[in-house]
Ligand binder design. Structure first.
Ligand code: MF3
Ligand code: CO
Ligand code: CO
Length: 269
């Protein structure tokens, strides 16, 4: 549930605090990337997230995050192949051919930085590479589509057009979100246009995520009944996702979670 109903616009010192939290979260992904190779288990990735975060005196936001079924049991989400999002780290060892999204969120001095990447493990299929590339390109097209005071639907319009032109689908059940002192807050950021997003505006000082989940097949997801979290594509097609936290400034969008060693805008997988 979104925790704050009113529009939150950050002043200068608060924007600095968000930059700091988001850059820490980016450094966490940079720390992880050398380990994300065939043979590592998702549980080991989770231990690395917990180690790096707590060593720096920060808090992993996913651990204990409330859900309808049960609190989230780990410090990050690891979503493999047909898993759309909210995969729970466990004893599964990554294999060549897998794609895995690692989604991390850090609480730094009370502020949240939220970002994720999909990693290609070893040699992957052309379909896996294409879905991953599409999600990455959609994220950056959406960042480039927003301007001060634009409607939230600028994001969904850009993503829907690109994904559908490549023959892929956009997940609707999970969305981006405002982020700041709360992990999830207003506004809701759907990755497709709808009635609400055509009304909501992105004004200077607002901070939010863009995190398109793109499926190789149909858009629908199904949540695992036993764990209450893992969401798979209904048709078991592949799904990929990238996420950045973005600050809207008076001059345009400022992506806050870009890492030094991660894929930069324009990257080809
Ligand atoms: N990090 C996810 C997001 O981008 C949310 C994960 S919720 C959790 O919004 F409980 F699974 F951590
Ligand atoms: Co998010
Ligand atoms: Co996230």
């Amino acid at each position: 549930m979104l925790q704050n109903k009113k529009k939150i616009k950050l002043a200068k010192p608060e924007r600095e605090a968000m930059r700091h939290a988001c850059q820490f979260n980016a450094s966490l992904l940079d720390y992880l990337r050398d380990f994300i190779k065939p043979g590592i288990t998702t549980g080991e990735i989770d231990e690395l997230v917990d180690y790096y975060t707590t060593k720096h005196g920060h808090v992993p936001a996913p651990l204990g995050y409330p859900g309808e079924h049960s609190p989230f049991p780990k410090s990050c989400c690891t979503s493999i192949n047909e898993v759309i999002c909210h995969g729970i780290p466990d004893s599964y060892a990554l294999q060549s051919g897998d794609i895995v999204n690692v989604d991390v969120t850090s609480v730094v001095d009370g502020w949240h930085g939220d970002s994720s990447e999909t990693f290609l493990i070893g040699e992957v299929s052309e379909e896996a590479r294409a879905v991953t590339q599409c999600s990455f390109d959609c994220l950056w097209l959406a960042i480039d589509a927003v301007t001060p005071g634009c409607t939230v639907s600028a994001i969904g319009d850009a993503i829907k057009a690109e994904a559908e032109s490549r023959g892929f689908s956009v997940v609707r059940e999970f969305v981006g979100h405002g982020v700041g002192r709360n992990f999830h807050q207003e506004p809701t950021i759907p990755h497709y246009p709808n009635r609400q997003s055509r009304k909501d505006r992105l004004e200077p000082g607002m901070c939010f995520t863009i995190e398109p989940m793109i499926n190789g097949g149909k858009r629908h997801g199904v949540t695992n009944k036993r764990d209450g979290w893992t969401v798979r594509t209904r048709d078991r097609s592949l799904s990929a996702q990238f996420e950045h936290t973005v600050l809207m400034t008076e001059d345009g969008p400022e992506p806050l979670t870009v890492s030094k060693r991660g894929p930069q805008k324009g990257h080809s997988f």
